[in-house]
Structures are given as structure tokens and as C-alpha cells.
Ligand binder design. Structure first.
Ligand SMILES: [Zn+2]
Length: 417
């Protein structure tokens, strides 16, 4: 369905201007009101009015006035404050739930994680809501205000409806996660807080862009390597998710026609060769029911046993092929590597991938792309959930919170005052 042209009332325009000033200050801390007026094109009086509001609400803080030697009022540097504005990010993974509270500057304030008790969608959603609600209560008790919640899920997500379309590694297809979580969060008193649902790698990509280097790296491709293998793509300051939310599912790109069976039902997918299950199987750490013995795998990797080195090396080699394909498809400014396999396989896994990628670059006579490891390690998706909530607030024209069926309507522009 084509997107309707964007319209906006006065409230929307005001919010757009507020967020534009915040983004300018995030990119360059210490700008004065006059600087902000120059950069944004807004009048000085509008900037002053908005700056006062943002200071009163806790978004901005003022530093001491600068001595410039010029006559008249001295410019006062402004900076992002955010000590009392908090975002909650969470990840519902195939066997673990992680919840974090993050400041608007990207500092992880609180972290909580627990084993996923049940893969039943109702039970899993209930456990996630309990953990998010507990984190929210802590944030509020500390005198902070909760701005938004982001939830990462292990499969392709339609972010407008919150439907998890397909997550082969947890066995969910067409699960209305948004409806379930939305109703429970509303019942828990969080009905007015905007909630966003996205795929895990997509959120991790947003976290790396939103809380990463300035100026922002764009395009940025985050490659998530674990039991599932996927990617999140930041393109032109936006998360690119494709027509139905499944863009970037690079674990299911075909490496071999009629190759090994994959969890998605196809044959020869990359994930079947370099996903953590394939690694565990090669290292002798996969039981007959397909469960990974993580403790054994970690122990083998820790003592650099040949079986683990061979398994992670072979998987890293395949990852190098995927990175080559990501590079040629997106010409990214940076590729970020994260996920469980990066933590477990460490140097062996990464080195094999980089060597393979360098070999491709050499063959083409081109300098290879920049590759780095995820800033937030195993918290990348959870922090990315918080980052996505912030990303959406800062760009009121981009992502509306996921609609919550059968509850009172959530405003498309969150009320910030
Ligand atoms: Zn597949």
C-alpha cells in the first residue's frame, strides 16, 4: 500500500522543531541558542522558547555563559542532559530475555536478564512484560520519566501491527506479539508509553547508529551471528526493513543449491553452515534433540581446543562470504559484527571472516570495508530497543508506535510535556 503524503498540525510541527534542535545538540554539544537558530533556520525567539521547554522537561542542560569579548548577552552553551529521561529496551531471544534501562545519551543504567521459561507465545510475552514492568517501576521510583519501550524479537516483524511473521528458531509464525504485549503493558499501567517492536538485528543496528560515532556512520550494516544469522540496515538515517519487514535476513541467502537443510525450510542457506548450531555440531556440542551445550562449547573455545577452533574458523570463513555480499550490495560505511558467536568464537571466528573478506577485496583490487565489533556486545539488541524508541521520538515523521488493538488509542506523536 502506498504511503500517504505526510501532513501535520501545529503540534506536529512544534514537535518536529523540538526534535530538530535536540538532534543538532546531539551531533554537536555546546551550541548556543544563536548557533541553533543559525543551523536550524528557526527564529531566535522560537529557539529560546523551545530551549526553555526542553530544559524544563529534562532534555537539555545549560553550561556557564561563554566569555567571548563581544558586547551584549553572552552565549550559553547547551547540551543534552537526560539524567531523568530514560528508555527501556528489551530482547526476547530464543532462550533468554534481556531488559535494560538506558539514558538518552546511551548509558546503560540498569540491566536484567533471565532464561526464557517457555517458548509458548503467551507465556513468553507475559515473562517479558513482567521484567519490563519491574524495570519501569525502578526507573519511576528513581524520579526518572520513561519515554518509550523497544522490544526486539528473533524474526521478521511487521512493525505497524507488531506481528512476528516468521521466527524459525523459536518456532513462531504469524504471532501477534504486539497485541499480546500491548494489552499486558496497558494493564500494567504503561498504556501511555509508546512501544515499538522490531527484529533483533534491526534494533542492534539502530543502537550502533543512534548511540555510536558522530558524525553517524551511514550506511551501517549490523550483522548478527548467533543461532540465527541476520542483519539490520541503516540507510539514509532510517532503518531499512523492506516491504514486509524481512529485509536483511542474510542468514537465509543461498550459499549452495540443494545444500544442507536450514531451519527456514530451504536448502543451502548460509545459516546452515555458519549459525551457532552448525558450529556446535562440528565441535561436538549439539545433542540429538538439537540443543546446544553452551557450557561445553564455551569451555572448548576457552581452552582453544582444536574442535572449537576448526568449527568457529569454518563458520568465520562463511561469514566472510556473507560480508563480501553485504559489502557489494550496500557499499556500507561500516559493518558491525555482533551476536553470541562473536562472543563465543572470538578471535578465531572474526579472524577467519576478515581474512576471507580481505581476500575478496584483494581480488577486486579495492580497499575492503570498515568492519568493527558491536559496542554493546550481548546487550546490542536490548540497547537497540531503547535506541529505536529514541530514534522514533527524534524523528516524528518516521515510525509511529505499534498500534495497540482493543486499548485506548496511543497518540502518534508522544506527549512529552
Ligand atoms: Zn534458511
Amino acid at each position: 500500500m502506498p504511503t500517504a503524503p505526510m501532513t501535520g498540525d501545529q503540534r506536529f510541527v512544534k514537535n518536529l522543531n523540538r526534535m530538530a534542535l535536540l538532534r543538532l545538540l546531539r551531533d554537536e554539544s555546546g551550541l548556543s541558542r544563536a548557533d541553533l537558530a543559525n543551523r536550524s533556520g528557526l527564529t531566535k525567539s522560537t529557539v529560546s522558547l523551545i530551549a526553555k521547554e526542553l530544559i524544563d522537561e529534562g532534555w537539555l542542560a545549560e553550561d556557564g555563559a561563554l566569555v567571548t569579548g563581544a558586547l551584549g548577552r553572552r552565549p550559553t552553551p547547551l547540551r543534552i542532559d537526560g539524567r531523568h529521561l530514560v528508555l527501556i529496551g528489551s530482547e526476547l531471544d530464543t532462550d533468554i530475555i534481556r531488559v535494560v534501562a538506558v539514558s538518552i545519551r546511551g548509558e546503560v543504567l540498569e540491566m536484567n536478564q533471565a532464561a526464557l521459561k517457555s517458548k509458548d507465545p503467551d507465556a513468553a510475552c507475559h515473562q517479558l512484560v513482567q521484567m519490563v514492568t519491574a524495570q519501569s517501576a525502578k526507573v519511576t521510583a528513581a524520579g526518572s520519566r520513561l519515554l518509550g519501550i523497544g522490544v526486539g524479537l528473533p524474526g521478521a516483524v511487521d512493525s505497524t501491527t507488531g506481528v512476528l511473521q516468521f521466527a524459525p528458531n523459536i518456532g513462531w509464525r504469524g504471532v501477534e506479539v504486539g497485541k499480546r504485549l500491548g494489552a499486558e503493558l496497558t494493564a500494567a499501567g504503561l498504556g501511555a508509553v509508546p512501544v515499538y517492536f522490531q527484529n533483533e538485528a534491526d534494533l542492534a543496528a539502530v543502537g550502533e547508529a543512534e548511540f555510536g560515532a558522530r558524525p553517524v556512520e551511514d550506511p551501517l550494516v549490523y550483522v548478527s551471528c548467533g543461532v540465527g544469522v541476520g542483519s539490520g540496515i541503516i540507510l539514509n538515517d532510517s532503518l531499512f526493513t523492506g516491504a514486509t519487514g524481512s529485509a536483511g535476513e542474510i542468514g537465509h541467502t543461498t550459499l549452495f543449491i540443494d545444500g544442507r537443510p536450514c531451519s527456514c525450510g530451504r536448502l543451502g542457506c548460509a545459516e546452515a553452515y555458519m549459525g551457532l548450531k552448525a558450529v556446535a555440531e562440528k565441535a561436538g556440542c549439539l545433542d540429538a534433540d538439537g540443543h546446544i551445550d553452551r557450557a561445553a562449547l564455551k569451555a572448548l573455545a576457552g581452552k582453544r581446543a582444536a574442535s572449537a577452533r576448526d568449527a568457529f574458523g569454518a563458520a568465520g570463513d562463511v561469514l566472510g562470504v556473507l560480508l563480501q555480499n553485504v559489502w557489494t550490495t550496500f557499499n556500507p560505511q561500516v559493518i558491525v559484527l555482533g551476536g553470541e558467536s562473536v562472543g563465543l568464537g572470538g578471535e578465531q571466528f572474526l579472524q577467519a571472516a576478515i581474512e576471507r573478506l580481505e581476500q575478496f577485496a584483494k581480488q577486486a583490487g579495492l580497499p575492503g570495508p570498515d568492519v568493527r565489533v558491536a559496542k554493546y556486545a550481548e546487550l546490542a539488541t536490548a540497547v537497540g530497543g531503547a535506541a529505536f524508541a529514541l530514534h522514533s521520538l527524534l524523528r516524528p515523521y518516521s515510525h509511529a508506535p505499534t498500534a495497540r488493538a482493543s486499548v485506548s488509542p496511543v497518540p502518534s506523536v508522544p506527549v512529552l510535556a
